[in-house]
Design a protein around this ligand. Sequence first.
Ligand code: GUN
Ligand code: ZN
Length: 445
Amino acid sequence: MKAYRAAILRFDPDLPPNTAAIYESDGLLVVGPDATGRQVVLAVGAYPALKDQWSHVQVTHWPERIIAPGFVDMHIHYPQTNVIGSPAEGLLPWLENYTFPEEIRFESLDYSADSARFFIAELLRNGVTTALAFATSHATSVQALFEAAQARQMRMITGLCLMDRHAPAELLNRANSGSERDATEQSLIDTETLIQQWHGKDRLGYAITPRFAPTSTDAQLHGAGELAARYSDVWIQSHVAENKEEIAWARELFPASRSYLATYDDFGLMRERAIYAHCIHFDDDDRALMRDTGTAAAVSPTSNLFLGSGFFDYAGADRVGFAYGLASDVGGGTSFSPFHTMLAAYYVGREGQTKQGLSLSPQHLWWQHTLGAAKALGLDGGRDVAAIGNLQVGCEADFVVLNPKATPLLARRTAQASSLDELLFSMIVLGDDRLIEKTVISQVN
Ligand code: GUN
Ligand code: ZN
């Protein structure tokens, strides 16, 4: 067992996002193994109230620091680390000119392994302790990411990118040489093999990963839906309704579906643990479909601003009531830092405010990148699954140690904060990787 004394920020899963934050200016966090050997929070609260009960545990004291839940990134592409900051008119030319050429390089296991190690280190440096990540269409890239995450005991969900048309030949899923099977069948077999090899191993999870409807045939989407039905606790990840040209293309290719989003439902790809990135250009029927199927949105504001894709409609999502959380979407997104993502989300909420009277509070923004994202991923402790992102008792002990004096300006501004919302806001606006002094990962014994 270990105990840490510092200020502590945590989130109450039973409260609405605007008021879910709990802050102890002098707190104690006690961490130790649960029945399965995983390090979880055993006690958390005010130091004066807990110190006698836990006096047998050695306490590490971090004065003037804040312990907070590790951040959860709901959508990121590890093979796009080198693509950040590649300008393009919009999504489709960006994919063609920058992203696809870089992803082709992940056929190499060495290239994949080196990129995966860098990627994991960069996530941790930025305080991200759980990610739902895209790999490429090469099984080598998936193996490399799982292995790199496993070596750091990190909670990582990824899967083989399914694409059997409309991309460079080197990126399409391939049949094995001399095999009777075609590439589509092989991609589904490879997916199932990887599920069996990795899903539920240590802290790793598998996501069935059709890139987006336009790069899959009907047969591939149908097969992915069958796997999603058979393996009901694996995740599904894809993209939807990000960009006007992309939507027109998807509608042309799948005209029988009611909408682009409904295409995925028609193939059995909407359910709990299905996460769709972007979800910008929706109507209320799409929103209701998200809600009714338990599907969640990964909101990616830096990417949407960078690629000129549009603005996620927070008011629409809350009015109809579907789950969402925040994501960097690197490399369409511009930063690994959750602070940059939360600030971009705030700007997007302001855009909504002029239209709908909405302003996202700092607690709500922080919640979207921790507990809200955990809930959207189905990792909030219900039905005997692991809980992450809240630092309440029983939650896995992934946390960050923030230094609110990390820069002269942060020190000056945070010292002026007269409420929790002001403190959180000053860190959201001024924060980056320098604010993360330490990232601690829950270990499995
Ligand atoms: N749609 C299909 N593939 C991608 C991708 O790699 N990034 C983004 N932002 N959108 C996509
Ligand atoms: Zn993406």
